[in-house]
Design a protein around this ligand. Structure first.
Ligand SMILES: Nc1ncnc2c1ncn2[C@@H]1O[C@H](COP(=O)(O)OP(=O)(O)OP(=O)(O)O)[C@@H](O)[C@H]1O
Length: 297
């Protein structure tokens, strides 16, 4: 596995702040992983994202200790410009980044500063519009799109630049359930195509369904980092960090002894399998019809 983002004993202090917002973290995100970052408010999730793209410290200022290495580039030697060749980020308020009159121009605009040849640029607009299900809206104003469509447009602008890593920081928090599903479905496809995806989201059900790894942040520290299924088995620990289990996992946890579950289901499909299997000996979901492959509906 090739490391794509490495935090090495990294701490970050916002300007004029004495306490670090990120405290001595050492974690590696490998190429092709889909990592969910979770944690209560002010845990440091956005600061971790900003550090992955160099906005902290290069744009915001402040101090740091340790290192962040993005695709082999050390923080000391990077600029936001060099990192954005590898990493793209979409924030919660996608709308605020739009400046163009049409969706087509907005996607093309993202490529303007990169000196991309016109035919190539038009090809990329067509491709990402298709991938993000925006082909029918190319002539429309970005401001006449729904919240979900605007988030998809922000992702399309980013994909046109072909970054290896796509970061979404609470991009679904203001969307209705359908808009949220659209974004998760889109990033899941990107992940299947081999992109590395990092997603900050408070929706633990979706994080459970789609991610391959979870990073739990608490007061600026990484408390847990590992396989999504393994992390979500640890109710007491997660609760300590103010994170709840997915509802189906919590329900199965309550019946763990009675049903003899050795592994808790983390998605609805798995729970249906687990509970319909309950008459069988032990009621273990390992006998149920689920796999470690994440659903990508
Ligand atoms: N520009 C800033 N200047 C000073 N301190 C900041 C700044 N931005 C964030 N912080 C502080 O850094 C810490 C981590 O904040 P951060 O926004 O990274 O957390 P978060 O987990 O993303 O929170 P939320 O879920 O509320 O968005 C908090 O204590 C916050 O107050």
């Amino acid at each position: 596995m090739k490391p794509i983002i490495e935090f090495q004993d990294y701490s970050y202090f916002y300007p004029k702040e004495e306490e670090a917002a990120i405290k001595n973290i050492s974690v590696t995100i490998n190429q092709g992983e889909f990592v969910g970052i979770i944690g209560r408010n002010k845990a440091g999730k956005s600061t971790a994202c900003l550090s992955m793209i160099g906005i902290a410290p290069h744009t915001i200022g402040g101090d740091w200790i340790g290192n962040v290495i993005v695709n082999g580039i050390l923080l000391d030697e990077s600029t936001v410009g060099t990192i954005t060749n590898h990493v793209g980020v979409v924030f919660q308020d996608a709308e605020s980044q739009f400046t163009q009159e049409t969706v087509e121009d907005e996607i093309a605009f993202a490529m303007c500063n990169m000196g991309i040849e016109r035919t190539e640029m038009l090809n990329r607009v067509k491709k990402v519009a298709k991938d993000c299900n925006l082909t029918d809206f190319l002539d429309r104003s970005p401001f006449q799109l729904s919240g979900g469509q605007q988030q998809r447009l922000a992702v399309a602008c980013l994909l046109a630049l072909k970054p290896e890593v796509v970061i979404l920081d609470e991009s679904t928090s203001q969307l209705d359930p359908i808009g949220r599903d659209e974004i998760f479905s889109l990033v899941s496809k990107l992940h299947q195509l081999g992109r590395t995806v990092v997603m900050v989201d408070h929706n633990i059900e979706k994080i459970a369904q789609y991610t391959s790894k979870i990073m739990v942040l608490f007061d600026g520290e990484v408390k847990l980092y590992g396989d999504t299924r393994e992390i979500l088995q640890q109710k007491e620990l997660l609760n300590q960090y103010h994170i709840r289990l997915p509802q189906v996992t919590d329900a199965a946890y309550g019946l763990k002894e009675e049903k003899g579950f050795t592994t808790l289901p983390i998605t609805l499909d798995e729970a249906v399998g687990a509970f319909s299997n309950e008459d069988k000996k032990g009621g273990d979901i390992s006998g149920a019809s689920y796999s470690n492959e994440k659903s990508c509906s």
